[in-house]
Design a protein around this ligand. Structure first.
Ligand SMILES: NC(=O)c1ccc[n+]([C@@H]2O[C@H](COP(=O)([O-])OP(=O)(O)OC[C@H]3O[C@@H](n4cnc5c(N)ncnc54)[C@H](OP(=O)(O)O)[C@@H]3O)[C@@H](O)[C@H]2O)c1
Length: 298
């Protein structure tokens, strides 16, 4: 298949392009400022809405994995026009272009579409975002439903992986680095998530693209944990000193945007439908340890 991946320099996109190339697909790797390491590079600034249709038309893909987004939650709160443009309006343009090209669209969305009052959300639950990032991603979902032909909306939660992407570390890498240097790390005890390993998510979204899996799916890690419990498990698997973890609370963070307290996701629908199942946390962390080792040796 010919697959166009947006956000190919990002945490998910970089894993998705590697996996798709290994799977024998022809991969176009769309990016903004950071040139991706694999695939046929395609610079496509998603704020230039008028360029999107033409660029997609030239590639003429069979499937699009739309992973690009403004993911900095506080920045989305401050720079609302930009967040709306990248996360919602560009998604609308991609959805229209996908239908025009007859391409199946996999849109990567987020647990932050939920308000976090209950947790373990299923695909049937009503979204109710508490911040502007979540609002723009939900708008993106609405545009996909209205405009795309065949589509899958894949919602993930706190993505982590073995290498920095798009010029940034991620929660797991930050911890490994900090604790590895013997420094203390403050970690939230009162925020619950379904941490998602990027390579596992890439496998699930690629399968959705290959099979044209229609509908909304929660594609996240299979365990609900607090950030603190996640960090403690990571210490166990990586042999790091868990006594350096210092419990912190959401109220201490001084964030600009509100965060959901418990945005964990029920992944049973994805587990039933996909060959590449959502991973238990312990399996995901052992996989991460293997991938981390490979990267350090490279
Ligand atoms: N990270 C999480 O914890 C998390 C959790 C749930 C859902 N999600 C969703 O999962 C998807 C992937 O997230 P991620 O963590 O992999 O993202 P990421 O690492 O922050 O990377 C974002 C990607 O979007 C691209 N991008 C941003 N603005 C752009 C623009 N104006 N034009 C073109 N490209 C632009 C970036 O390109 P350049 O770097 O080349 O500029 C980069 O490739 C997103 O849709 C996000 O909403 C993320």
């Amino acid at each position: 298949m010919r697959i166009l991946v947006t956000g190919s320099s990002g945490l998910l996109g970089s894993a998705a392009i590697r996996l798709a190339i290994r799977g024998g697909h022809e991969v176009y790797s769309a990016y903004g400022n950071n040139r991706p390491e694999a695939g046929i590079p395609l610079r496509l600034d998603l704020t230039a809405l008028q360029d999107i249709g033409r660029a997609v038309g030239r590639v003429d893909p069979d499937a699009i994995i739309h992973a690009a987004a403004l993911t900095d939650v506080d920045r989305c709160e401050r720079e609302r026009d930009l967040a709306m443009r990248v996360n919602a309006e560009a998604t609308a343009a991609i959805a229209s272009a996908a239908r025009e090209a007859g391409a199946f669209l996999v849109y990567i969305s987020t647990d932050y579409v939920f308000n976090g009052e209950r947790g373990l959300y299923s695909e049937e639950d009503e979204p109710d975002p508490v911040n502007f990032y979540g609002y723009t991603k939900l708008k993106g979902e609405e545009f996909v439903r209205e405009r795309a032909g065949g589509y899958c909306i894949a919602r993930a939660s706190v993505i982590y992986g073995a290498v920095p992407a798009s010029g940034k570390a991620n929660f797991a890498l930050w911890l490994i680095d900090k604790l590895g240097r013997g420094e203390e790390a403050s970690v939230l005890v009162d925020q619950y998530i379904s941490p998602t390993l990027n390579s596992s998510l890439a496998r699930m979204v690629l399968e959705a693209a290959e099979r044209g899996l229609e509908g909304i799916y929660h594609m996240a890690g299979a365990d609900r944990v607090s950030r603190y419990d996640f960090a403690a498990k990571l210490c166990e698997v990586f042999g790091l000193d868990a006594s350096l973890l210092k419990p912190a609370r959401m109220g201490d963070m001084g964030w600009v945007a509100r965060r959901p307290r418990d945005s964990s996701l029920d992944v049973s629908k994805a587990a039933g439908a996909l060959r590449g199942k959502p991973l238990k946390l312990i399996e995901a962390l052992r996989t991460l340890r293997g991938e981390f080792g490979e990267c350090s040796r490279a």
